[in-house]
Design a protein around this ligand. Structure first.
Ligand code: MN
Length: 256
């Protein structure tokens, strides 16, 4: 091969190789852009779990939220649905990196690629229901006080407008999911909803992340026995069982 031809060929091959790897990296960039949210960088999980996840006990009787939420719904919802999320989560994390992680650490790190959504659905199911039982209480309802009340008025104009926006979010979930009130990164309150068992703490999954302070399960299993297809009646009844003391505590923790 003549020297000049050799150089030209070498140059051509070099450009071809560079172009091909450039195209490959463009394709990968396009792929990650298409998948939506970009996984944030998180510190390694601090907590190491040594025991299986367990169903938390209710701090009130299954009849305690009546007439707003009936006994049989509470029994089945807590004892069977929540228990199933716990069992399936323990099963799903086996032989995965999540096996030793605390629930919050799993929730924050989970990605859409994880194990055909089994970990995502059941970690979400366990977290969401554990939260839900706590933000309700017998003799609940009324209106919040203190800094939470001020924040609601500042953000939404009035408690009634806040209530209306939350009700619309809850009624607007198509199929199964949750409505949430969260404290955002800017420390402002926002209302959002998620499908299935996703929640606003799933940093790699939801569009708007935040710390939930109030949430409502609008899966049919949460209301069908008493309310059948009338989700708006269930959403209206929820306001009578809200544990504002717990919600305010979570608000303070997220804010300060
Ligand atoms: Mn549920």
């Amino acid at each position: 091969m003549e020297k000049r031809t050799f150089l030209k060929t070498g140059l051509f091959l070099g450009i071809a190789a560079a172009t091909s790897s450039f195209l490959e990296s463009c394709k990968n960039a396009a792929k990650s852009a298409a998948s939506g949210t970009v996984a944030p960088t998180l510190p390694p999980p601090k907590l190491r779990r040594t025991t299986p996840f367990e169903l938390p006990k209710l701090t009130y009787d299954t009849t305690a939220l009546e007439p707003h939420i009936d006994k049989m719904t509470m029994e089945i919802h807590h004892g069977r649905h929540h228990q199933a999320y716990v069992n399936n989560l323990n099963d799903a994390v086996k032989n995965t990196v999540y096996n030793d992680y605390e629930l919050d650490d799993i929730i924050a790190r989970i990605t859409p690629a994880d194990a055909d959504n089994k970990i995502r659905n059941n970690a979400g199911g366990h977290w969401n229901h554990t939260f839900f039982w706590q933000i309700m209480t017998p003799g609940g309802g009324g209106t919040p006080t203190g800094q939470l009340a001020t924040a609601i008025n500042t953000q939404f104009g009035s408690f009634d407008k806040f209530k209306e926006d939350f009700n619309n979010a809850a009624k607007g979930v198509f199929g199964s999911g949750w409505a949430w009130v969260c404290v955002g990164k800017d420390k402002g309150l926002f209302i959002t909803s998620t499908p299935n068992q996703d929640n606003p703490l799933m940093l790699s999954i939801v569009k708007q992340t935040g710390t939930p302070i109030l949430g409502l399960d609008v899966w049919e299993h949460a209301y069908y026995l008493k309310y059948q297809n009338k989700r708006p009646d269930y959403v209206a009844a929820f306001w009578n069982v809200i544990n504002w003391k717990e919600v305010a505590m979570r608000f303070d923790k997220a804010m300060f």
